[in-house]
Structures are given as structure tokens and as C-alpha cells.
Design a protein. Structure first.
Lengths: 181, 364
């Protein structure tokens, strides 16, 4: 496709979906290979407008950090597998956005995985929840217990005390203990 | 350092001032000099400019300051450990262009580079403040809304200021800079009452994000020179940007620092992670779309600012703190705009109250 054809195809996708002007301009400002590759992904996965807006931002940032073009990012194996894979488009669209987020925030993703594994390893009863701070944006751990009687309350406290070492380990990780780099 | 300057606008009432005479006589040939009765438009964003903030940096406005010169540090907040810094506003905006700079948001509505012809009035304010707080050590800096030394070759303000503070007990002047513009400083005796501090960043950050600033080695060499001339020196590793490889680069920077300046002669080192309000982040990314360091792993923190996610930020700050402590446990360290819990995790203790931290810094 020529540059003009790509621009026309992008507009043809954007206009009926009322994509905002700022995102449309950013899409059109990409090199034509990249603009076409984004369009290809959007059509294959049937991305919604909100998903396209998020994906476009992450693609630009991943490309900038890697010193490459958006089309090169879309050609990376994990994304290519999703784009060329089979299965319902909505599920693949979600997987695509998740994979982009993992590429955009690789160290955060690893840190979160590790901490989620630590939380799971606590094996808390279903009446207790350990919630990590959103996006690890703080070092505050929220521990919630749901009780309906004094006995349940005492049981929960005893369980929590038994898990103190594990909770302390998570707090240490939240504060940057054991390198997350 | 030669900073780009396209225009100098002088308020008519300041035509006869000493500052105007110095600025006009030392103006670069490329800068058009004009006089105006009302300079408000010269201070505001240039209409029609693609980058009004950047355009403002290249337009110097010599004017009469009507507001007080002395104010509390705008970074101060009950949320963070605070050092009780007082800001002396002798200029506003900066000819350098760091992609993360908070002035892009703070001065968005008045980006013209202002210098104040009546800056001697600031000395009266300082004197009154000093007399109201007898026995209290005051730490006053000019480097919050502007780089303290960026245009000093043209304005020569630093000499007057250093001499004023040299003659007064209980006053510590802090000049904060990313330049190596120290020629004027070397001509006056500060009598130990002026501290020059440099923001230090690894070469990777300087080349990516600190347009127009002096290279790290030049900043360190300048620090060595002013130290020998009787000034105190301090350093700010702020913002610390957590890109991959940052820990290695910042530790190497600290090694360079301690190779150049004896740790025993460093008054303080401050640390602070990169933080940006959503508005600043938007402005910064719009103005510096090719800076990859603005696309780090920052997330929205509880204080409403984008910060590097906590475990990574704390880990990096702690590694730097350990290297500093290993060089000399006596070097005073503090964190800027970090919450108390990060203070405890990095420094091992709760932050000191603002007054105590400020007094300790003033006495270094």
C-alpha cells in the first residue's frame, strides 16, 4: 500500500468508530509500515477503540525505548504469535494488550509475578485476603479478614500470626529487598 | 557556556538599572534588545509558537519584581520529608532544557526568562527575615525556579549575593546549578557562607534528558574549583531515573564524585526518585517525544505523581545510599520528595522534622 492508501485505510477504520483526533494524528504520524502494521493488528484482533488507544501508546513507548519502529515491535515473536494465532478475537485482543503491557513494564511485571507467587504461597483461607498495592505504586500491603464471630476472629488472627514470616517477606520485597532489577 | 538567546526585553522603568547595563553590554550579538513599558506579554507564552515554553527560555525579560523575593520551597509538603529550604526568586525559568523539569508545568503560563532589576530589594527581605529569627540558621537558595548560575556571566548577580551573605552570620546561601559557570564566584570570598550544589546525573541521562547542561565531568571539575576557593559543596542525585543499567551508572557516577572531591569535604548529598504529576508528564512528553527516559516504568503513586514502581525505586536509592555511606558515613544524606516509609527503608530511620533537617544542613 502507498502512504496515501495507508492513511485512507486508517481513516476509514477510525471515522465510523469516532476515534479521537489526537490518537488518529498519532497513528497517522507513524511511518507508513508501522501505521499499516497497527491497522493490520487492529483488524485481525478486532480491537475496540479503547484498546487501540492504549495499545498505540504502549507501542510508541516500547519502540522509543528500544530505538526501533512500531512495525518492528509488532513483529516480535510473542505479539506475532497472538496476531497469527487462532481463537476468539476478544480473547486474543486481551492477550495482545497484556503482552504489550508486559513489554512496556518488564521489571514491574517480573516483580508482580514474584510477589503474587509469594502471596499464593501463604495459602490463606478464603476469608483472608492480601492485596498488593496497585502497580506496586506504594509499599503498603492491605490485609483483609472477614469474620462473623469472636471465634472466627481469633482463628483469623492465629492464622495470620502463623503466616507472619511470609507476610514479612512480601513487605521486604515491596520495599525493594532482594533486587527487582 | 553559551546559551541560546533570541531576544532581550527590558521593562522601561528598569532602563537605568545596573543589571540592565550589565545585560545589554554582555548580550550575545544574536539577541535583539527592546524596551517595553509593559512586559507582561513578553513573559507570557508566545502566541502561535509551536513550543511556547521553549520559546520563553530564549526570551530574557529584565523587569521589576513586584512580588516578594523570598518564599517557601514549592516542593515542601506535609506528605514528604522536607529540608526547610527557603527560595530566593532572583530569576524565573532556565536556558537549559531538562526533559523532566517541573518548570514545564510550574511556569507554563509565564515561561519568559525573567531576571529582576530590583534584586537588591531581595537583600532587604533576607535581612528582615534574618532579624526576625535571631540565632536560627537560615538556608536560602536561588536554584528552585531557575538555575543559580546559568546567566551569571551576563547578570553578575552571584557576586553581590555571595558578598551579602559573606557578611552575615546565620545565613547559608545555596547556589544550585547544572553548569560550570563559576568565574564570578572565584572572584569573591564567601567566608564559608555560600554552598554551591550540583545536580549530578550519569552521562546517559545527561545526553538523553539534560539538553544544554554541562557534562558531568565539567560539573565535578567546577565543584573542585569552588571548593578550593572557600565555598562549601553539595550534590543532588535527583532525579534518579531507574532505566535498565541505572544502578551501575549511578554508582559509577558516585565513584567519579568521590575520586574528584574528598567525601570529607562534601556538605551533603540528596537523593530523590523521578516524579512527575500527570500534567508535567504530558507536557514533558509533548516537548521531548524522543527521550526514552520519559518512558520508564513509572506508575501512579498514592500522592498522584508518576514514580518508578516502589520496589525498584527503593532498591536503587538504597544501593546509592550504601555506596555513599561506604565512602564516608559522615556525609549528610537526605531524600527529597519521598514519603516517610521510603525514608525509613532507604536511610534506616524516620525523616527528621523540616526545621531540624534544615538546621542540620545549614550548619554543614
Amino acid at each position: 500500500m502507498s502512504d496515501v492508501d495507508v492513511a485512507q485505510a486508517v481513516r476509514a477504520w477510525a471515522e465510523p468508530r469516532r476515534l479521537d483526533r489526537a490518537h488518529l494524528e498519532r497513528w497517522l504520524a507513524l511511518d507508513s509500515y508501522s501505521a499499516a502494521a497497527v491497522l493490520d493488528a487492529v483488524c485481525h484482533l478486532r480491537l475496540r477503540v479503547g484498546q487501540l488507544q492504549g495499545a498505540l501508546g504502549m507501542l510508541e513507548e516500547i519502540a522509543l525505548v528500544a530505538g526501533t519502529q512500531v512495525s518492528d515491535v509488532l513483529a516480535r515473536a510473542p505479539l506475532k504469535r497472538i496476531l497469527e494465532g487462532v481463537g476468539p478475537a476478544p480473547a486474543r485482543a486481551r492477550a495482545f494488550v497484556d503482552e504489550l503491557r508486559a513489554m512496556r513494564f518488564p521489571r514491574l511485571g517480573r516483580a508482580l509475578e514474584r510477589m503474587k507467587a509469594e502471596v499464593a504461597a501463604l495459602k490463606l483461607p478464603h476469608t483472608m485476603t492480601v492485596a498488593l498495592p496497585k502497580d506496586l505504586g506504594s509499599d503498603e500491603l492491605r490485609i483483609e479478614m472477614r469474620v462473623r464471630s469472636a471465634a472466627e476472629f481469633r482463628d483469623s488472627l492465629r492464622t495470620l500470626k502463623e503466616k507472619a514470616d511470609g507476610v514479612e517477606r512480601i513487605l521486604e520485597l515491596l520495599g525493594g529487598g532482594n533486587s527487582t532489577q | 557556556m553559551n546559551f541560546e538567546l533570541n531576544e532581550i526585553v527590558i521593562e522601561e522603568r528598569c532602563r537605568q538599572s545596573a543589571l540592565t547595563a550589565r545585560v545589554v553590554s554582555r548580550a550575545p550579538a544574536t539577541a535583539a534588545v527592546t524596551f517595553a513599558t509593559d512586559v507582561r506579554n513578553a513573559v507570557r507564552p508566545a502566541a502561535g509558537a509551536a513550543d511556547p515554553f521553549g520559546t520563553g527560555k530564549r526570551r530574557m525579560v529584565v523587569m521589576h519584581r513586584r512580588a516578594p523575593f523570598l518564599m517557601a520551597c514549592p516542593a515542601g509538603s506535609s506528605e514528604f520529608a522536607c529540608c526547610g529550604y527557603l527560595v530566593l526568586v532572583l530569576a524565573s525559568n532556565c536556558p537549559m532544557d531538562c526533559s523532566y523539569c517541573f518548570l514545564q508545568e510550574y511556569l507554563a503560563d509565564n515561561p519568559g526568562f525573567q531576571v529582576y532589576a530590583n534584586y537588591a530589594d531581595a537583600f532587604d527581605e533576607l535581612e528582615r527575615t534574618r532579624r526576625r529569627a535571631p540565632g536560627r540558621a537560615l538556608r536560602v537558595g536561588t536554584g528552585e525556579l531557575a538555575d543559580s548560575l546559568a546567566f551569571d556571566r551576563m547578570t553578575g548577580i552571584s557576586r553581590d549575593l555571595v558578598e551579602f551573605c559573606a557578611a552575615r552570620d546565620g545565613l547559608l546561601l545555596e547556589l544550585k546549578t547544572k553548569t560550570d559557570e563559576i568565574d564570578n564566584l572565584l572572584t569573591v570570598d564567601p567566608r564559608g557562607r555560600t554552598l554551591v550544589s550540583w545536580t549530578l546525573s550519569p552521562p546517559h541521562v545527561v545526553s538523553s534528558s539534560e539538553k544544554g547542561t554541562a557534562p558531568p565531568a565539567a560539573r565535578l571539575a567546577a565543584a573542585g574549583s569552588v571548593l578550593e576557593a572557600g565555598y562549601k559543596v553539595g550534590f543532588h542525585l535527583d532525579p534518579v531515573i531507574a532505566y535498565p543499567g541505572a544502578e551501575r551508572d549511578y554508582l559509577a557516577l558516585l565513584d567519579d564524585l568521590f575520586d574528584t572531591i574528598s567525601p570529607a569535604r562534601i556538605a551533603f548529598i540528596s537523593l530523590g526518585g523521578l516524579r512527575m504529576t500527570p500534567a508535567l508528564r504530558t507536557a514533558a512528553r509533548r516537548r521531548h517525544p524522543r527521550d526514552p527516559l520519559l518512558c520508564g516504568e513509572e506508575v501512579l503513586a498514592p500522592d498522584g505523581r508518576y514514580r518508578t514502581f516502589t520496589p525498584l525505586r527503593a532498591s536503587l536509592l538504597r544501593a546509592l545510599e550504601r555506596r555513599i555511606a561506604a565512602a564516608s558515613p559522615a556525609i549528610m544524606r537526605y531524600l527529597c520528595m519521598e514519603p516517610p516509609s521510603i525514608h525509613r527503608r532507604v536511610l534506616g530511620h524516620a525523616p527528621a522534622p523540616a526545621a531540624a533537617l534544615g538546621a542540620a544542613l545549614a550548619e554543614r
